[in-house]
Design a binder for this molecule. Structure first.
Ligand code: AHG
Ligand code: MN
Ligand code: MN
Length: 352
């Protein structure tokens, strides 16, 4: 409401802005509003979100000065996936663990960078949630100043009691996720999350250090016009995948060939698909027999978001959210994005 000088009404003189609010909706406020509408909810969930968003701000600040802060390059170690660990992978992993472990909201964590489940140190209380994450997605992009991200998923603990969490708490299917999200460190920094009812995007305002609501209720278009895949793997794919890709870029039957877009960081490729439609795919190939992407840290959280936005995610024949993980670092083929585009690829794969 504008501040109006008494008596000035008739002259229409206003000395203040009539903006609806002083600042936009902060992430904290948004999560809190939702919580208040959930019967029986405690503040745990909001607290956990605050810790994740603090970690995201710390990581984004480090990413934005990567060239100055001696965080480019490798640590010299190899992670559980057999990949060279970037300094920023390691920094992001430690930041998330550090911001969350003392909060008392989670009983166990799982990280793409750590072989075993991450236990909460004995001095801290154990909470009712389970947090799993890919601390830095697209690490190949770090040294070239292209977009990278963080992906996370939150489940409720399944094991009884309030002691340390178990491996079984981590091995839950995506359909039981209570919230998932990702942060993209790009031309601007964004946090996108869903608790299953709508997908909402927040942009980090560096001036005040808060994520502010910028993309409310994101919906994936039913069909897109781009496909996103590492086509350099073409000769390693099974023939039905090759047939689908050849069809996607063909003008068969008068269709418009799709454009190819691929930056090599799933968060960034997925973010474009979420906003514009289309499909992101990482199929199995002769080198990566079960695909490359990790079910718990990459495929399931983004599948949860895709479905909450009206899209779909499949391993080629099964809904990603229905896959019950057997191993922490399990991989899966992935086709994710616009519902009609995912249905197309499933049809090709079913034909064999
Ligand atoms: P991460 O950096 O967490 O290991 O993930 C990299 C993943 C994913 O982000 C991306 O889509 C894919 O690897 C790219 O793989 P290719 O280089 O084989 O295309
Ligand atoms: Mn990743
Ligand atoms: Mn990673």
């Amino acid at each position: 409401m504008a501040f109006v000088i008494p008596g000035a009404m008739e002259e229409h003189i206003s000395v203040g802005p009539s903006a609806p609010a002083l600042v936009g909706t902060t992430l904290e406020r948004h999560v809190l509003d939702r919580l208040r509408r959930t019967p029986g909810a405690t503040g745990d969930f909001t607290g956990l979100f605050q810790q994740i968003s603090l970690a995201a701000k710390i990581i984004s600040s480090r990413v934005s000065k990567a060239g100055l802060a001696d965080v480019l390059g490798l640590t010299g170690e190899v992670n559980v996936q057999g990949e060279a660990v970037q300094k920023l992978d390691d920094f992001a992993n430690r930041t998330l663990v550090h911001c969350v472990e003392a909060g008392g909201h989670v009983c166990i964590m799982g990280s793409e960078e750590v072989e075993e489940p991450i236990q909460i140190p004995p001095q801290y209380p154990k909470g009712k949630y389970v947090l799993q994450f890919d601390p830095l997605d697209g690490s190949g992009n770090i040294d070239i100043n292209a977009s990278i991200g963080t992906i996370f998923a939150i489940h409720r603990r399944k094991s009884p009691g309030d002691g340390p969490g178990q491996l079984s708490d981590c091995l839950q299917p995506g359909r039981d996720i209570v919230a998932a999200g990702y942060v993209i460190y790009g031309s601007s920094n964004m946090l996108v999350y869903s608790t299953g009812d709508g997908v909402h995007g927040f942009t980090l305002d560096p001036a005040i250090g808060e994520f502010l609501l910028s993309h409310e209720n994101i919906r994936i278009p039913k069909r897109g016009d781009t496909y996103s895949i590492n086509e350099g793997n073409f000769t390693r794919w099974a023939p039905p995948v090759q047939r689908w890709v050849n069809w996607v870029k063909s003008d068969e039957g008068g269709r418009k060939p799709y454009s190819l877009r691929y930056i090599g960081a799933m968060v960034a490729d997925f973010h474009r698909v979420l906003l514009r439609g289309g499909i992101f795919a990482y199929p199995a190939d002769t080198k990566n027999k079960s695909g490359k992407l990790r079910l718990l840290y990459e495929a399931s959280p983004l599948a949860f978001i895709a479905e909450a936005a009206g899209g779909a995610a499949s391993d080629g024949s099964r809904r990603i959210l229905d896959i019950v993980p057997e191993k922490l670092h399990q991989r899966t083929p992935l086709f994710i994005g616009s519902a009609e585009d995912v249905a197309d690829v499933e049809r090709f794969l079913a034909q064999g």
